[in-house]
Ligand binder design. Structure first.
Ligand SMILES: [Mg+2]
Length: 318
């Protein structure tokens, strides 16, 4: 068997038989069915070795993360994932690496009940491109542009763990091994908030997934909704692992600008907060109000009773 046929075999996982896949892997095109009353939500991300992931990390984790980050964009819009295409460029044929990649891919594809419907392989520097497709009812598509002054800004979970985990992996942060492994788990194998995104349909007035850090991502809501956001540092949720780190500056930087957390950030009317909290609770997700939508443009942060103008200081300060 030729190398690339072997590679294709490792990537083309038979992930069940979704009824909406008329023709999946193996033909020139996939042929797909979008359910009646639903719209197709599509998102694509490329992950490049040593830019978006550590090249020599576990191949199963690389596969997991490549799928997870794409599904996270669907979660941000409240879409339910259905299919992915996968294109991979790799420097050499390495069956052991592919077998491990296959394991991680199979695990996350099965976890979310999605199907791989096609892809491509070529020789080159290691990089993975995935396009994710999901369904969303037309009327409840979450965008970045619906936030209104007075609403609450909320997140779905602790922030900063992934960035702290990456620092620990690079030996830039010294923490006990048990803490490092908890943090790194968030970095290597995030689980996108799909169920939370669906639970927020019709409740959140705007939404985004936190891939580049809370400040950067909330600034997209602020910019596209043409409103301001005032965050409160004391309300930003931190995991016990993050809280165990003494250096507040490092933890703050990770939680506010670290990225890779793949939690959701959304806005909601204050009168909807309790209903939203309950809706999220039913899918095992918490709801943390971390700030408020304001009429004053830009993203600001309450820290030690002081209002910091982040735009002027630059996010890199954190
Ligand atoms: Mg995103």
């Amino acid at each position: 068997m030729k190398e690339f046929e072997m590679i294709n075999r490792y990537l083309a996982i038979d992930s069940g038989n979704r009824k909406d896949v008329i023709k999946g892997v193996g033909d020139d095109c996939a042929l797909l069915k979008v359910p009646r009353g639903q719209r197709l939500a599509v998102s694509m991300d490329t992950l490049i070795a040593d830019v978006h992931f550590i090249a020599d990390s576990n191949a199963a984790d690389i596969a997991h993360k490549a799928v997870a980050v794409n599904l996270s964009d669907l979660a941000a819009c409240g879409a339910e994932p259905a299919w992915i295409t996968l294109s991979i460029s790799m420097p050499e044929f390495n069956e052991e690496w592919l077998a491990s990649f296959n394991k991680g891919l199979k695990r996350i594809v099965e976890f979310f009940g999605i199907q791989i419907i096609g892809g491509d392989t070529c020789r080159g520097p290691l990089s993975i491109t995935i396009q994710a497709h999901g369904f969303v009812p037309e009327a409840v598509f979450n965008t970045r542009s619906g936030a209104q002054v007075g609403e609450l800004v909320c997140v779905t979970g602790p922030l900063g763990d992934a960035a702290l985990g990456l620092m620990a992996a690079k030996n830039e942060l010294v923490v006990p091994p048990s803490i490092a492994s908890q943090l790194l788990k968030k970095y290597y194998t995030p689980y996108p908030r799909i169920a939370a995104g669906i639970a927020l349909r019709g409740r959140a007035t705007s939404g985004i997934d936190i891939s580049d850090g809370l400040l950067a991502d909330v600034s997209h809501i602020s910019g596209q909704s043409e409103v301001g956001v005032l965050l409160n540092w004391e309300d930003i949720p931190l995991s016990d692992a993050a809280k165990s780190i003494d250096d507040e500056e490092i933890v703050m930087k990770a939680a506010l600008s670290g990225g890779d957390d793949y939690e959701l950030c959304f806005t909601v009317r204050e009168s909807e907060l309790e209903a939203t909290r309950l809706a999220l609770e039913t899918v095992g997700t918490e709801c943390f109000p971390v700030g408020r939508v304001t009429g004053k443009a830009g993203v600001r942060l309450m820290y030690n009773k002081e209002e910091l103008e982040l735009e002027h200081m630059g996010y890199q300060h954190f």
